[in-house]
Design a protein around this ligand. Structure first.
Ligand code: 0O2
Length: 198
């Protein structure tokens, strides 16, 4: 797991640099919080079992791409795509997979942008290209996903139908709220750039 920790630390440092540089230039932080975690052994076993692979270290390396995971929370949806562009510009990072559950939410209402990136970790005697999962969400998406995640485990992975319907309705409200906040931000940016409303 050490190599995944190193890769996660590298990506974390990059994100902090990008956020601070952006703050310095634009007096604004696109990133609200960053959380990171290494997947527990139990989580790795569950993922291999769910995907139907034998429990071997080779299969873990080959099929579990979120051993190192970073979650970025942003205020606005546009910030998520801004951070995505900044990540794509990093010459030593390769985006190997991108799932946009914001453009295309999951049927239960889940929204987030998921990236799997590859980053070289320079060790004393070798360079190891290592995968890190990055999930990006707005504060509202994160609120929804945390609650849904808790209920998923509380109800032993089978959330009752009535609650699922309520969660879907909350996800629709969350989308409307994010769109409203984005439009207020556009109006503020418009005024800050010296324009006035008619
Ligand atoms: P944990 O405990 O968060 O680590 P993959 O397993 O990545 O090969 P999958 O399942 O299609 O393939 O990946 P996807 O859709 O990119 O989702 C991976 C992670 O996104 C999950 O990790 C969750 O963290 C999060 N996620 C995806 N769908 C949902 C959802 O409906 N609700 C919530 N709350 N989170 C979701 P893990 O490993 O499943 O769990």
């Amino acid at each position: 797991m050490l190599i995944h920790k190193f890769a996660m630390d590298e990506v974390n440092t990059k994100l902090q640099i990008l956020n601070e540089e952006f703050q310095h230039i634009h007096q604004y932080n696109p990133i609200e919080h960053i959380k990171s975690r290494l997947k527990h052994q139990q989580g790795i076993i569950q993922k291999l079992e769910r995907k139907g692979y034998a429990l071997t270290p080779e299969n873990a390396r080959r099929y579990v791409h979120d051993m190192a995971g970073i979650r970025i929370t942003c205020s606005f949806t546009s910030d998520i795509y801004h951070v995505l562009r900044m990540i794509k510009h990093q010459r030593d990072i390769t985006v190997v997979n991108l799932k946009d559950y914001i453009q295309k939410p999951k049927p239960n209402g889940y929204q987030s942008l998921h990236l799997i990136v590859k980053i070289p970790v320079f060790l004393a005697a070798s360079t190891e290209k290592t995968l890190v999962e990055i999930q990006m969400r707005t504060v509202a998406m994160d609120f929804w996903a945390s609650l849904e995640h808790k209920l998923f485990y509380k109800f032993d992975q089978e959330i009752p139908h009535a609650l699922r319907k309520e969660l879907k309705s909350a996800a629709d409200t969350m989308k409307v709220l994010d769109e409203k906040m984005e439009s207020i931000k556009c109006e503020i940016d418009f005024v800050k750039s010296g324009h006035t409303f008619m």
